[in-house]
Design a binder for this molecule. Structure first.
Ligand code: FES
Length: 337
């Protein structure tokens, strides 16, 4: 097993990926601030879509989240300098007939809106596409977003707890877990371009509406990870019903994340939306208490100081994949016993 030597700085390792910074419904006529990988930014609606730049004005450092989107761009509230989506200043009202200084520009970021989320990539060119969740765009499902989760947890730790099969019977006792089903069935993890997939036949969960439905004898859990910090988890307790949750952890910094989390289900049970939100929040609160207490706080890049067993395979494979992104090293296998 190799040990970690020189990881790339956290921002450098993940800046070329898309990360969510807001739910679409949160971004209205006012700009919204965000923090991503330690960088302060602002996002706003343009006439044709969304745009993102650095948060503070190039003139005197005013906070552009108090600015005003206009037809020309984002107008700073201090002296009216206006910036296009590419970050260039297009207007200096105090001297309209003079050339605009070339340095009057903001760092600008790739910005896109999809699946009810606003996504930002801090690098000039995204290294990978957005997750592929076509079922969210064909109108076949009802979707409910949860309030944004603001946890004192690294994005990698957040993903690991979602991918942790063995914790279901322990942490989620009282919601959807089954304390009598502690053994994790054997399963495989498939490496896919840009992610991981695992399918587990799990006995005796209460997967529908977060434990408010009767326990079923067998549920198929399908985990689809899009690296670095996004996962879709489908619960399929019967042939005719699937309940799916989506977790997109946004790395605020190396030790903190915000998670954009939502659930989809058959539209015929649309009226249960509030119940879904309530039960998912109860489940996630159980996870938060565990994840915020883990040490080290930063997502470990190797397997030193921990012991793994085969039941941990999915979070192990995930950590190996994220470490490879960070380190640019070949992934090697951890010890299991
Ligand atoms: Fe923004 Fe002056 S500080 S225009």
């Amino acid at each position: 097993m190799s040990t970690v030597s020189s990881p790339r700085p956290y921002r450098e390792a993940f800046e070329s990926f898309w990360h969510p910074v807001a739910f679409s419904h949160e971004l209205k006529e006012r700009p919204l601030p965000f923090q991503l990988l330690g960088t302060d930014g602002v996002v706003w609606r343009t006439g044709s879509g969304v745009a993102a730049t650095q948060r503070y004005c190039a003139h005197r450092g005013a906070d552009l989240c108090h600015g005003q989107p206009s037809a020309e761009g984002l107008r700073c509230g201090f002296h009216g300098w206006t910036y296009g989506g590419d970050g260039r200043c297009v207007k200096v009202p105090s001297q309209p007939n003079a050339p605009i200084p070339g340095k009057a520009r903001l760092a600008s970021y790739a910005c896109a809106e999809r699946y009810g989320l606003v996504w930002v990539c801090l690098a000039s060119q995204p290294a990978a596409p957005l997750p592929e969740w076509p079922e969210l765009e064909d109108g076949s499902l009802a979707t409910v977003p949860l309030p944004r989760l603001d946890w004192d947890v690294s994005a990698g730790r957040m993903l690991e707890i979602v991918l942790d099969v063995a914790h279901l019977s322990w942490v989620h006792d009282g919601t959807f877990g089954n304390p009598e089903q502690q053994e994790v069935p054997a399963y495989d993890v498939e490496r896919r371009p840009g992610g991981l997939r695992a399918q587990i036949q799990y006995p005796a969960l209460s997967p529908s509406i977060g434990g408010m439905a009767p326990r079923v004898d067998r549920t198929t859990l399908t985990y689809d990870v899009t690296l670095p910090f996004t996962v879709r988890l489908a619960f399929k307790p019967t042939l005719f019903y699937t309940h799916t949750v989506y977790a997109a952890a946004s790395p605020v910094s190396e030790e903190k994340m915000q998670c954009f989390y939502f659930a989809s289900y058959h539209p015929r049970i649309r009226n249960f939306g509030d119940m879904f939100v309530k039960s998912e929040l109860a489940i996630l609160e159980q996870d938060r208490r565990i994840a915020e207490g883990q040490r080290p706080k930063a997502h470990p890049l190797d397997f030193a100081g921990e012991v793994h067993v085969r039941a941990d395979r999915l979070p192990i494979e995930y950590r190996r994949a994220v470490a490879a992104l960070r380190l640019g090293q070949p992934m090697d296998a951890p010890d299991t016993e």
